[in-house]
Design a binder for this molecule. Structure first.
Ligand code: IFM
Length: 387
């Protein structure tokens, strides 16, 4: 495997941001982020951490609200900060993988209707153009992270900003994000012709509890897993996000964020059925079932013949030995997928250090390092992969 490293996102680690999440913090919807890991001030220290774990790649995101705090007004100083960081990574032999959108938005963007509005595409493209004209040394770009999770939490169950509950809006959000990503692909390519561009998709294994439960599983499988990836790799918008219309560009690779398996039972209360907890299974500290074989299943099912990056995979635990076991078992199954022909080019552990886990605040400990950058126990990703 060529690239091995860890992943983070701007809102979760940088600290002192002002965006739609901090706006909804004030309304009491989500926990306060505060200083997070203070990475905006200490980015360079994060490079030392990456070297300690044998990483040759780092996936992180750019905070749109820092770059364009007011509509159309770009903050070049903020972009220079990222550029210095990128160059430091490269000097240290670490390949930067930049995510352009990882859940958070500038407040003005939210006021303009956010991702529900069709104007969102134009706004996003302008921002992407500004970034990629300037950061030409970066080859690997992830346009948008987990549109399915973003739309579900923000617009279906309303537990994330902007706290809406409308299936119709959720569909518009997914549609606009997929269109924006496809257009962004063209912009990145025209600014950096050596670039490699795709999305990061959250995928789950869904297990039906019995024959009848195959119905809600099929629905989840289609809407949550299949639709965004299919659209990304084929440049076609399937229903209900579209009418099979063509998009502008196809992704170069499939990025998969894999964490867990949901056991699903048919229920008259919801077309999506209900989740059933398997008491005997291995779970992370948030109660998510740990199912290492799943990384094999999703890689086989969703690679669509494209190169694959595991853009996220991780466990919330404070137990170092448990984290080691988690990584080893996922590596085992990833190698099995490669034996079956999946072209896996890279793996990113989530996360480099404990950080702000959205609705859960700071209680989930996904980090190899703690929030104050202490190593939990010896861990070298490259050696674990090769061993
Ligand atoms: O922390 C998140 C990340 O922002 C997106 N993917 C899942 C992670 C763990 O929940």
């Amino acid at each position: 495997m060529k690239f091995i490293g860890a992943a983070t996102s701007s809102h979760q680690i940088e600290g002192n941001v002002s965006n739609d999440w901090t706006y909804f913090e004030e309304k009491g919807l989500v926990p306060k982020v505060g200083k997070a890991c203070n990475s905006w001030m200490k980015m360079e220290e994060d490079i030392k951490l990456l070297k300690m774990i044998g990483a040759n790649a780092y996936r992180f995101s750019i905070e749109w609200s820092r770059i364009e705090p007011d509509e159309g007004l770009f903050n070049i100083k903020a972009l220079e900060r990222y550029k210095r960081f990128v160059n430091k990574l490269l000097e240290n032999g670490i390949e930067p993988f930049i995510t352009l959108h990882h859940f958070t938005n500038p407040i003005w963007f939210l006021r303009m209707g956010g991702w529900v509005s069709s104007k969102s595409i134009r706004f996003f493209i302008r921002y992407v153009d500004f970034i990629t004209k300037y950061l030409k040394e970066v080859r690997f770009w992830i346009t948008i992270n987990e549109p399915n999770v973003y739309a579900y939490n923000g617009y279906v169950i309303g537990v994330w900003p902007p706290a809406e509950r409308s299936i119709l809006k959720a569909i518009k959000v997914v549609r606009n994000m997929l269109k924006a990503s496809s257009e962004a692909y063209g912009v990145v390519k025209s600014n950096i012709n050596t670039s490699y561009v795709g999305m990061a998709h959250h995928v789950r294994v869904f297990r039906p509890m019995d024959e009848l439960s195959k119905i809600p599983v099929a629905l989840r499988e289609y809407l949550f897993n299949f639709l965004p990836i299919y659209s990304d790799v084929h440049a076609i918008l399937p229903p209900p996000a579209g009418f099979m219309e063509n998009l502008k560009n196809k992704a170069d690779f499939v990025g998969l964020n894999y964490y867990t398996k949901d056991n699903v039972r048919f229920s008259l209360k919801s077309i999506f059925g209900e989740e059933v907890v398997d008491e005997s299974s291995w779970k992370n500290s948030l109660g998510w079932e740990v199912y290492p074989r799943g990384i094999y299943e999703v890689s086989l099912r969703f690679s669509f013949g494209k190169p694959v990056f595991i853009t996220e995979n991780g466990i919330a635990t404070e137990n170092h030995k448990e984290r080691l076991r988690f990584i080893k078992e996922h590596f085992h199954w990833l190698k099995e997928a490669m034996k079956k022909g999946v072209n896996v080019l890279g793996y990113f552990y989530w996360s480099l250090m404990d950080n702000y886990e959205w609705k859960e605040g700071y209680k989930a400990k996904f980090g190899i390092f703690t929030r104050d950058r202490k190593l939990r126990g010896k861990l070298n990703l490259r050696k674990l992969w090769e061993g």
